[in-house]
Design a protein. Structure first.
Length: 401
């Protein structure tokens, strides 16, 4: 086995490996791997002919360029990580990890002997009719609720009318984001490593911010968005996508039939969805708008299941039994056999918006965060049904007929 090293203690590790009979073809400092990737044609020969590269797991050393260069040459990578953050970052790139203080030979033992079966991720699209039913809020809470179970989760803002995920999370919207991912997808150059470079990590969720000006909507074409979603299936377990409300295809009647479509991003996301979360504001206007738009939503989503989630539930605009009224109306006019509810919690929502944090981080035990976790567990990550406990039989019940 030929091994390349890019570590702070590369010479010591090289001596240890050579004494164990391992061939070391390259040994240099932690920044050397990144420099090799930047100028692979001139100096990357030693790494290219190595079977394994052992590198520091920090973001300055383990770069997306390095991962792509090793992918091209068939060189496997092992990252020595000191922090859990570095370990999660390396694993997001598909790189094997080992503790930085472990024996150098453990780095080679960390390589899997056989490739594990790969399960592609899924796309969860959040859609709601006009009237602010809470698409962005639900998208954010949904992503963070999914991530609490250790799943790799991405959050993308595909709203071409009013993108707001970056503002709600306090992220600068000048970053590359989804538009850059779409450009790379158009060139067939979008990889999990590139998505990790483009995304902004917010705790355990990788965020692809939306366009920072609505006038940039032509960058999010249907083909590009579809390509970005397909690439993201190899990047995360769940990609939550925030979309605009519009479902119209009116642009198709214009003379330029090959021109861009303002609603193409949302339609492409819905067409590629594995699951659609359909939001309906729990008031007469919101329910009416959702019912009228549902046939078109059903046609665009195709075979993807639609999980109906009623938001802002309160008794004021609906009177008595608001939950029952919404449920019966949706069942009658959309055929939805089940729907979930999120309560109206303006205090928690305002506090989260003020702090630019998810509601689940500001009021984890509040009614809205609790209802969102219940929705995720029941509708998106169902757990096996627990066997009901039979009532304890006492002497009196046992003798009863």
């Amino acid at each position: 086995m030929r091994v390349a090293l890019a570590l702070p203690d590369a010479q010591r590790v090289a001596q240890r490996l050579r004494s164990a009979g391992v061939e070391v073809v390259f040994a240099a400092g932690p920044r050397a791997a990144a420099l090799l990737a930047a100028d692979a044609a001139a100096t990357g020969h030693d790494i290219a002919r190595a079977d394994v590269l052992v590198v520091s797991g920090d973001r300055d050393s383990l770069t997306s360029d390095l991962v792509m260069m090793c992918d091209r040459s068939g060189t496997r990578i092992v990252a020595r990580c000191r922090r859990d953050l570095d370990r999660r970052f390396a694993e997001s790139l598909g790189v094997a990890t080992v503790d930085a203080d472990a024996d150098p030979l453990d780095a080679l033992h960390a390589l899997p002997t056989a490739a594990a079966p790969h399960t592609r991720g899924r796309s969860i699209v959040v859609w709601g009719s006009h009237g602010a039913p809470g698409r962005t809020t639900v998208s954010i809470e949904l992503a963070f609720a999914l991530a609490r179970g250790g799943r790799r989760v991405g959050l993308a803002d595909a709203d071409t009318h009013a993108p707001s995920v970056a503002l709600a999370l306090g992220i600068p919207d000048e970053g590359p984001g989804l538009a850059a991912a779409c450009r790379q997808a158009a060139r067939s150059a979008l990889t999990p490593a590139e998505l990790t470079r483009i995304a902004v990590p917010v705790e355990d969720v990788e965020v692809l911010v939306g366009i920072n000006r609505p006038s940039r909507w032509p960058e999010l074409t249907a083909e590009r968005v579809t390509g970005a979603i397909e690439a993201a299936r190899d990047w995360v377990d769940d990609l939550v996508i925030d979309t605009a409300a519009a479902l119209e295809r009116d642009e198709e009647i214009v003379s330029d039939l090959d021109g861009p479509r303002r609603n193409a991003a949302g339609l492409a996301a819905l067409g590629s969805a594995d699951v659609v979360v359909g939001l309906v504001a729990a008031d007469p206007v919101g329910v009416s708008r959702f019912v009228r738009a549902y046939p078109e939503l059903r046609a665009v989503a195709g075979a993807a299941p639609i999980r109906v989630l009623a938001t802002k539930l309160r008794g004021g605009p609906l009177g008595m039994d608001a939950r029952g009224q919404v449920r019966r109306t949706l069942e009658r006019y959309t055929g939805a056999d089940r729907c979930w509810f999120l309560p109206w919690d303006p205090r928690a929502t305002d506090a989260a918006l003020l702090a630019a944090r998810p509601i689940s981080r500001r009021a984890a035990r509040g009614p809205l965060a609790t209802a969102m976790r219940r929705f995720v567990d029941e509708a998106l990550v169902p757990t096996p049904a627990r066997r009901r406990r039979e009532p304890m039989r006492t002497a009196a019940t046992a003798s009863a007929p």
